[in-house]
Design a protein around this ligand. Structure first.
Ligand code: COI
Length: 354
């Protein structure tokens, strides 16, 4: 039990931590000892439980498998030089989870359950938080419907869970992206702004086609004309054009990324002009050729700041120049990394210390 919220804790008998090579962490393959699990039933959230990480059983008729009520978040925790556990902007993820929940007709998760459940889980598995440069503890909160029922309607029961994974880099080198001009990710009035599992499922086929053609990721374009940049499959997209930071405005088709908004804030604080505006593929490709487009990079929790080396469009590869030592994407990465890891003072109130 914790001081404020009651959490039932069932600790593991023997830790698996010795089986993990912390010097060679691959993203998303190792899972810490415990997980948080909270059921929603009879119209209310039940007592949260922290239990050993492991398989869960469910009915083949569990509704989320059929009708897609499944949402998730991604966050990261770090160890400060003093050994404190630091989580980067968890409130933003809690708010976004609940926006997704409303759109997908699911119950909202109370702040107390999200924050205290997360804090207790990180405390209990604190040994799993990597201290190595470039590594972190990836946190995956998620919720899915659990009713056993065949019929399209909102479930009456849900499970909210959090598990954590010590991770290295999601992308280990600058990536090649292809502009998608046939398939779409999101249309106005749809669910593009929500972080629901189906958005990612729908991205797999076009991303596989791009991968077969030698690219790592796709750039989604708008659903009506395929003319404007939206986001990539795993992150928001950002551009340095004529020394300004340009990125697509968030709306109902674009995920309101926490790293995206952090980059924008840091850019403004550095005196870099920011333009949140539609960017056409024409402006992008012509700008790469003329040199007006100086940098292209992705921004996301998993991807952090992911430099892009090549933009493929209609069979032509547009190559970005090598990033100079003072590239904006390097400076913003360093600033945000220093805040997250407690190496510099967090003047913006972004870090939650546990
Ligand atoms: C994240 O950045 O946390 C995501 O959820 C994206 C996913 C590709 C790992």
């Amino acid at each position: 039990m914790t001081d404020t919220l009651q959490i039932d804790i069932q600790p593991i008998e023997k830790s698996r931590i010795d089986t993990v090579d912390f010097n060679n962490l691959v993203f998303g393959r190792s899972f810490s000892d415990h997980m948080l699990s909270v059921d929603f039933a009879s119209g209310e959230w039940q007592t949260p439980q922290i239990i050993p990480f492991g398989d869960i059983t469910f009915s083949p008729a569990m509704m989320s498998l059929h009708y897609g009520q499944a949402i998730f978040e991604g966050m990261k925790a770090y160890k400060s030089p003093e050994g404190d556990i630091l989580v980067f902007r968890p409130e933003e993820n809690w708010k976004r989870l609940n926006k997704s929940a409303v759109r997908m007709c699911m119950p909202e998760v109370p702040e107390e359950i999200f924050m205290e459940g997360l804090s207790e889980l990180l405390r209990i598995d604190s040994e799993w938080i990597p201290a190595k440069e470039g590594c972190s503890m990836y946190i995956r909160p998620f919720m899915f419907s659990t009713d056993e029922y065949v019929g399209v309607s909102p479930s009456k029961t849900y499970k909210f869970m959090i598990f954590t994974c010590p991770v290295g880099a999601y992308y280990t080198k600058p990536i090649r992206v292809r502009v998608e001009t046939k398939y779409i990710r999101a249309a106005h009035g749809g669910v593009g702004f929500s972080k629901n599992a189906g958005n990612y499922g729908a991205s797999l086929y076009p991303t596989k086609l791009a991968s077969d053609a030698g690219y790592d990721q796709i750039i989604w374009t708008d659903a009506s004309e395929h003319r404007y940049v939206e986001e990539a499959g795993t992150m928001n997209l950002m551009f340095i054009i004529d020394d300004k930071l340009v990125t697509a405005p968030t709306g109902d088709t674009i995920l309101d990324g926490v790293t995206r908004k952090s980059v924008i804030q840091v850019a403004r604080d550095m005196g870099v002009e920011v333009e949140e505006r539609p960017l056409s593929i024409k402006e992008l490709t012509e700008g790469i050729v003329s040199g007006k487009v100086q940098e292209v990079f992705g921004a996301g929790t998993a991807a952090v700041i992911a430099p892009i080396s090549t933009v493929g469009y209609e069979g032509v590869d547009y190559e970005l120049p090598e990033r100079p030592a003072d590239a904006f994407s390097r400076k913003v990465y360093t600033e945000i990394d220093n805040i997250k890891t407690g190496k510099i003072t967090d003047t913006r109130g972004w870090v939650m210390k546990i």
